[in-house]
Design a protein around this ligand. Structure first.
Ligand SMILES: [Zn+2]
Ligand SMILES: [Zn+2]
Length: 235
């Protein structure tokens, strides 16, 4: 299990790292789970939470409603009696368990998505879950004693959101990918222009480490280089 610690002692554990990274953020006795993976990873998710002795969560934060991030939302909500937090633009998808797949951003992913003819496959559907807290702008976790806030970073999907922790580490969902060396550009995005603007917002937070949901961490210097490259491309 990879672990990061911020200057003020906030701990981030990568609880799952298979298809989709799931992070647990902890400080004192407070714990937030960031995303919860798809149903097929429910057992390893619970095993790793047990290993860390987690029997209470202050909340489940969803970076967005795609099945590989939100598939266990109802299960986690029931298991821990914790609020589920998501952006308003993703709330309906979560409440129906049907989140539309994003557009492809390269020839292969475009082909894959187009071949589905606009239908949402059964494997991309999950148990519907009513959100408890729906956000539409920056949302602070200060009430829970956390030096952290949620910031909308749309583009991959309309309500994609990042968690900025201790002004140092950002958990970015699919606003960026960490799979290809030196790159952060995701293979799927609904609105590339909006995505690039979200990268700009993420850099403005002052965070130096970015933890995407797929692949490895990225530095602010890598993000800066990618921002300049794709800004020019989008002009
Ligand atoms: Zn996604
Ligand atoms: Zn994803």
């Amino acid at each position: 299990m990879n672990k990061w610690t911020t200057k003020s002692g906030y701990a981030i554990h990568k609880i799952l790292g298979f298809r989709c990274n799931v992070f647990l953020v902890s400080h004192d006795k407070h714990h937030f789970l960031i995303d919860c993976g798809s149903k097929s990873f429910r057992n390893p998710l619970m095993r790793n939470l047990n290993k860390l002795g987690i029997n209470h969560l202050d909340g489940l934060i969803l970076t967005h409603s795609h099945f590989d991030h939100a598939g266990n939302s109802l299960f986690i909500r029931n298991q821990f009696s914790c609020p589920v937090i998501i952006h308003i633009n993703e709330a309906d998808s979560l409440a129906t368990g049907c989140s539309p797949l994003p557009h492809g951003t390269n020839a292969i992913t475009r082909f894959l998505i187009n071949s589905l003819n606009g239908k949402l496959p059964v494997w991309a559907q999950y148990e519907p879950c009513m959100p408890d807290i729906v956000i539409s702008e920056n949302y602070t976790l200060a009430e829970q004693g956390f030096e952290a806030y949620l910031m909308p970073t749309p583009g991959h999907s309309p309500g994609s959101t990042s968690l900025i922790l201790d002004n140092e580490i950002a958990i970015t969902g699919d606003a960026m990918f960490g799979i290809f060396p030196g790159s952060v550009f995701p293979p799927f995005a609904d609105n590339v222009k909006q995505l690039i603007q979200s990268w700009e917002l993420l850099l403005e937070t002052g965070a130096s480490i970015f933890l995407p949901s797929h692949g490895q961490s990225r530095s602010s210097s890598t993000l800066k280089i990618q921002l300049e490259k794709y800004k020019q491309r989008c002009q």
